[in-house]
Design a binder for this molecule. Structure first.
Ligand code: SF4
Length: 476
């Protein structure tokens, strides 16, 4: 089955995104640069991509289902001429794909056109949506991101100073936003800073990206991360910063970005992703030492931790698995059945490396367990004498409501079983998960991270956010 064929099969369900954003202001032809930026962010979403540009007068857009390479062609760039632009790669964390949900969303309001691209999950989107629907608004998508369009278009907000800040104040949960009008680009990060968003410089223009790897892709230079609760506006008079939230005692940056989601060459939340994962490997070697002949990584997100484990334990690192790079990341395939199908095609074992050996396999996480069980089975079939598994995150026991796809408790193996039971189910000789303390060791500001999927301590309360919050216009 082709990837395009797969996408058709999971259309038309409710959508929440965890995605990639890229925007640039001030280059004569922005679309090819946005394309390159989105290409570098492809790992953050493979179900759809879109680019919206403005030449100061007209706004034009192109979007479609599939990979960045599939969606855009030379023809798309011919029609996407402008000096301001934002782009988005999309990943639906709870459901399926339809073209209406592919971002950036574009809406014509009474005072002009807005384009909006979002990474995260707005936990009070349902209640906001219901309120607007009850007052007559018609929603075009099933995406949580669309509520921001309706608040911005709301006459109560349109007439007020600091309208965008006031609109952002209504959002609860995880959001990094890129917004665009005919003559400006804006970027905002939620007050807890769940999802990354950074500013860079490309020649004389400003670039905003979810990850710094996308800036490096076009030769832009990183300036700084956007602060939690900050709105950055870029227009013809330069870059301006404002805040839309009181500073929190601590933030809740998603630690899973460092464990799995982000690219190793990105710097986010103050640290380089590869070096954090490397440190996790060293930590695992100290927490769960083992007598073994070789260390192997589960590519690609286990690579850096495997190197750290190997260097700390002085057990040689080798290539036990070879990855097929033409198959998408299994974790971000929404349907479980499709996920299982692709798991089998993704990695090939090298029997010459593992045969007769005591192998330590380093992986980034165990979510449902089916992927890990298959891999251990392949290692044994290839002749591995012992298989020891080390995981560079603690057991995932709770769902994520902030934009990463751990949909239900029922599907999380660590909610259902103890570590020993998981080891038994996987068929491993030993199993070790990094401790929560070990996970936070690489960071000075340890309180500034969300660890809710391991602890159940949710930084933004889900029930009250969905049920009690009312818009300013309804409460005054
Ligand atoms: Fe990230 Fe886990 Fe928090 Fe979700 S619950 S934001 S995956 S750390």
């Amino acid at each position: 089955m082709t990837q395009k064929g797969m996408q058709k099969s999971y259309m038309c369900k409710d959508i929440r995104e965890s995605c990639g954003l890229f925007g640039i202001f001030g280059v004569s032809d922005v679309a090819p640069l946005i394309y390159q930026g989105l290409f570098a962010l492809q790992h953050r979403g493979q179900e759809g991509a879109g680019i919206v540009v403005s030449n100061g007068k007209k706004i034009r857009s192109a979007k479609g289902l599939g990979l960045v390479n599939d969606v855009f062609s030379k023809k798309s760039f011919d029609s996407l001429k402008g000096h301001i632009g934002i782009g988005h790669v999309r990943y639906s964390t709870t459901g399926t794909t339809r073209i209406q949900n592919v971002q950036p969303l574009v809406a014509e309001c009474a005072d002009g056109i807005w384009a909006i691209a979002h990474n995260g999950n707005i936990v009070n989107a349902k209640s906001l949506r219901r309120m607007y629907q009850e007052s007559g608004s018609i929603f075009q998508t099933s995406s949580d991101s669309e509520v921001l369009v309706h608040i911005l278009a709301d006459p109560m907000y349109r007439r007020r100073p600091r309208r965008v800040e006031r609109a952002l104040e209504e959002m609860r949960g995880a959001f990094s936003f890129l917004l665009m009008t005919r003559d400006s680009m804006m970027a905002a990060r939620d007050p807890f800073g769940f999802r990354p968003l950074s500013i860079g410089k490309y020649e004389d223009s400003y670039v905003i990206a979810s990850e710094t790897c996308a800036m490096a892709q076009i030769g832009a230079t990183f300036i700084r991360e956007i602060d939690p609760g900050e709105l950055v506006t870029v227009n013809s008079s330069g870059l301006h910063s404002s805040t839309f939230s009181e500073k929190k005692d601590h933030f809740a940056q998603c630690i899973f970005e460092h464990i799995y989601f982000a690219h190793p060459d990105s710097n986010l939340f103050g640290r380089n992703v590869h070096s954090v994962r490397y440190q996790y490997g060293r930590q695992l070697a100290m927490e769960y030492p083992v007598d073994a002949d070789i260390i192997i990584a589960i590519p690609d997100s286990g690579n850096s931790a495997a190197l750290g484990f190997s260097q700390c334990s002085e057990i040689p690192l080798d290539f036990g698995f070879i990855r097929n790079h033409y198959v998408g990341r299994t974790f971000i395939m929404p349907e479980a059945q499709e996920r299982r199908h692709w798991v089998d095609m993704k990695l090939a074992v090298l029997p010459e490396v593992v045969k007769g050996k005591r192998v330590v396999a380093i992986d980034d996480s165990i979510v449902r367990g089916n992927t890990s069980a298959n891999r251990i089975k392949y290692l044994r079939k290839a002749g591995a004498k012992e298989v020891h598994v080390r995981i560079s995150c603690p057991p995932i026991k709770y769902p994520c409501y902030y934009g990463i796809d751990f949909p239900t408790k029922k599907e999380l193996i660590a909610t259902q079983k103890t570590t020993e039971e998981i080891r038994d189910m996987l068929g491993a000789d030993s199993l070790g998960f990094i401790s929560l303390e070990g996970l936070l060791t690489p960071f000075e500001n340890q309180k500034d991270f969300c660890t809710a999927c391991f602890t159940g301590n949710y930084p933004v309360e889900i029930k009250s956010a969905q049920g009690k919050r009312t818009l300013e216009r309804y409460s005054t």
